[in-house]
Structures are given as structure tokens and as C-alpha cells.
Design a protein around this ligand. Structure first.
Ligand code: FAD
Length: 326
């Protein structure tokens, strides 16, 4: 006797609506573009927690990106950019919007201009930028070694390490506004500070022209990168994380405040305050987004109680505002 076929529940109105938006967007994209429903985001982030994107796209060209933005606007759908997901915590319920990643190779260009500058695509991984620059004898990017993001994420976050900031080497950024207009902005017209670039709050970085501070021979660049890499390996945890979870309060170290509040090794489920570096929350294997949020709340409360300091998250809560959950 064959078992009766399982009864398929009819898709609810919310599911149907997202299916309809996907069906409306698809014809306007090139065949090389990717567009999916309910794409899991945990594997696209370094913290490896959280749910799916209702809609997920990898455009293959400027025209694809413009079509996605126009379609999202006409359907009233929120748009979120995703870089390498190395500064994000994805909530367990996922993201009610269109997540766009510049993962297609079209966005990963690296073109030295011959006059000491280099034009790079927003989808280029920082690791590849450092490697290619070293090969080309372009010094000045070594501080970016080991930051696991791409150029777009590093511009938006003004990523920094080892005494340097991304915008130290930026000369110009080509971006797309949410209306699909493409603009070139010189560095001088951009407002950047600690882990923030105002012009990319509501726009998409496409390309950056970088001018490294120095010219150096390939061997010197390589050895500097190796020194930075050793330093990171000694001071940072190996387990999945979203990098530093809190911003350093002015003149203070968030890691030291958390350590001195007795929180190293504090756990919620499989989310743990790293015993290696207290400003990292690591995923010991099966952490959920909820575990990470609960641990963030607990750390903030304890540091406030012991040290009297309000820590502000540096990692972003994807698709949400921290103030709504803390
Ligand atoms: C082990 C580890 C070490 C780290 N070390 C450092 C460090 O030393 N210094 C440091 O600054 N950070 C560090 N980080 C954090 C993180 O790597 C950086 O913030 C990085 O710049 C984020 O880049 P991303 O591509 O992963 O961006 P994502 O995390 O994917 O996104 C970050 C933000 O950028 C936006 N975004 C992404 N692409 C674009 C685009 N093309 N246009 C506009 N907005 C965009 C996203 O919407 C989001 O708001 C570390 C993280 C880890 C896991």
C-alpha cells in the first residue's frame, strides 16, 4: 500500500506577495543575474546565524542593479546591501526585503591606472585587493589585510585596522543612488568617521579609485602583511564571529571594559564572549541569532552595572535597529 501524499498547505498571502514580486522582477534582469526566494543568509555571513532573505539578488551589471532598485521601489520593498557579511548579525526571522550582493565577478575588478592609483570594484574581497596590490608593488593597503569584507562593505563601514582607515586611501567613489542614478564623488565631498560613511547610508558603492600612500617593492609589502596577519592570529579568536561587537567608547577599549566586568567565557546557548578577545562574540557551532542578541544585552547590562559605561554595538543588526531590540 502506498502512503497518502502529504497535504501541501496553500501558500499564505505574505508568501504569495513575495512570490509575485520575484516574478515581476525576474524578466527585467539579464540571464547572468541571480534572483531567489528565501535564500539562507547564515552561510553568507561570518557569524553564521540567522534566517533567510525574502528576496535575494546578485546583479551582473549596472542595468541589472538599476532594474532591481526600480522594481523594489515600485513594489514598496526595502533594499539591503550585503557585502561579505562580516559585520552583520542576521535575526532568526531573516530579512523582509530584497538583499543585494555584488558577488558576481563583474563587480570584482582590479585595474591599476598606471599613475600609482588603482580602480577597484565594490565586490572585490579585501584579501584579493591586498594580494593583487602586493603583486603589483602597490604599498599602502597592508592595514586591510585580515579584514574579511569586500571593498563595498569596507567603504560603508570605513573599515580600519593597524592605524589606518579605508578612506585614508580613497580618492573617489562611484555610487548608485536608490533612484538608479550613477555618480562619482571625490573623497573631499564625502563625510566619514568611525565605522561610518554618510554618503553610503542610502546608496550603493560600485567602484572606488584608491591611491595608496606609498609605492613599495612587492617583498616589503608582503612581509608587512605577514606581520599584521601574525598579530591578528595571536589576538583574535578563530571561531565564527562578526568582528568587534561593540564600538570603542572615546578613549576606552570595549574589550577591556568587558573583560574587567568578568564576562570572558559568558555564554548564551552556543554564543560566547570569546576568552581570547572579550570584544568578540563567537559562535561555538549552533548559536542562533537570538542567542547572540541575548548575549549582547547581557554584556551591555553588566558593563553598565560594573563600569557605568553604555556600550554601543559596532556590528549591525541586519534589517533592524539595535535600539528596537536592546
Ligand atoms: C574576524 C573579523 C575581523 C575583523 N576585523 C576588522 C578590523 O580590523 N577592522 C574593521 O574595521 N572591521 C573588522 N571586521 C568587521 C568587518 O570585516 C568590516 O566592517 C568590513 O568592512 C565589512 O565588510 P563586508 O563586506 O563584510 O560588509 P557587510 O558586513 O556585508 O555589510 C556591512 C555594511 O555595509 C553595507 N554594504 C555592503 N556592501 C555595500 C555596498 N556595495 N554599498 C553600500 N553599502 C554596502 C551593508 O549593507 C552593511 O550595512 C572584522 C570582522 C571579522 C569577522
Amino acid at each position: 500500500m502506498t502512503a497518502p501524499a502529504p497535504v501541501q498547505a496553500a501558500p499564505g498571502p505574505v508568501t504569495r506577495r513575495w512570490d509575485e514580486v520575484a516574478a515581476a522582477l525576474r524578466p527585467s534582469l539579464s540571464p547572468a543575474a541571480k534572483l531567489t526566494r528565501e535564500e539562507s543568509l547564515a552561510g553568507k555571513t561570518t557569524m553564521r546565524v540567522g534566517g533567510a532573505a525574502r528576496l535575494y539578488a546578485e546583479p551582473a551589471s549596472v542595468a541589472d542593479l538599476q532594474a532591481l532598485l526600480a522594481g523594489a521601489k515600485s513594489h514598496g520593498v526595502a533594499v539591503l546591501m550585503l557585502g561579505r557579511g562580516s559585520n552583520l548579525i542576521v535575526p532568526d526571522e531573516g530579512v523582509d526585503g530584497l538583499v543585494i550582493s555584488l558577488a558576481h565577478e563583474a563587480w570584482a575588478g582590479f585595474e591599476p591606472t598606471g599613475d600609482g592609483r588603482v580602480r577597484v570594484g565594490a565586490g572585490l574581497r579585501l584579501k584579493n585587493l591586498c594580494g593583487l596590490a602586493a603583486k603589483a608593488g602597490l604599498g599602502g593597503f597592508e592595514f586591510l589585510e585580515g579584514i574579511p569584507g569586500n571593498v563595498g562593505g569596507a567603504l560603508r563601514m570605513n573599515a580600519g585596522a593597524m592605524g589606518g582607515w579605508m578612506f585614508d586611501v580613497v580618492e573617489e567613489v562611484r555610487l548608485m543612488t536608490m533612484d538608479g542614478a550613477v555618480r562619482n564623488l571625490p573623497r573631499a565631498a564625502m563625510h566619514v568617521d568611525y565605522r561610518h560613511c554618510a554618503e553610503l547610508h542610502d546608496a550603493i558603492a560600485l567602484v572606488a579609485v584608491l591611491r595608496p600612500a606609498t609605492q613599495a617593492d612587492a617583498a616589503a609589502v608582503k612581509s608587512q602583511m605577514e606581520a599584521y596577519s601574525r598579530k591578528r592570529h595571536e589576538s583574535q579568536p578563530r571561531e565564527p564571529s562578526a568582528g568587534c561587537i561593540f564600538k570603542n567608547p572615546p578613549g576606552q577599549s570595549a574589550g577591556r571594559l568587558i573583560d574587567e566586568s568578568g564576562l570572558k567565557g559568558e555564554r548564551v546557548g552556543d554564543a560566547e564572549v570569546s576568552p581570547t578577545h572579550a570584544n568578540f562574540i563567537v559562535n561555538l557551532g549552533r548559536a542562533t541569532g537570538g542567542d547572540v542578541l541575548e548575549l549582547v544585552r547581557r554584556v551591555r547590562a553588566r558593563v553598565k552595572q560594573v563600569k557605568g559605561v553604555d556600550l554601543e554595538p559596532e556590528a549591525l543588526l541586519y534589517g533592524k535597529n539595535w535600539k528596537d531590540v536592546l
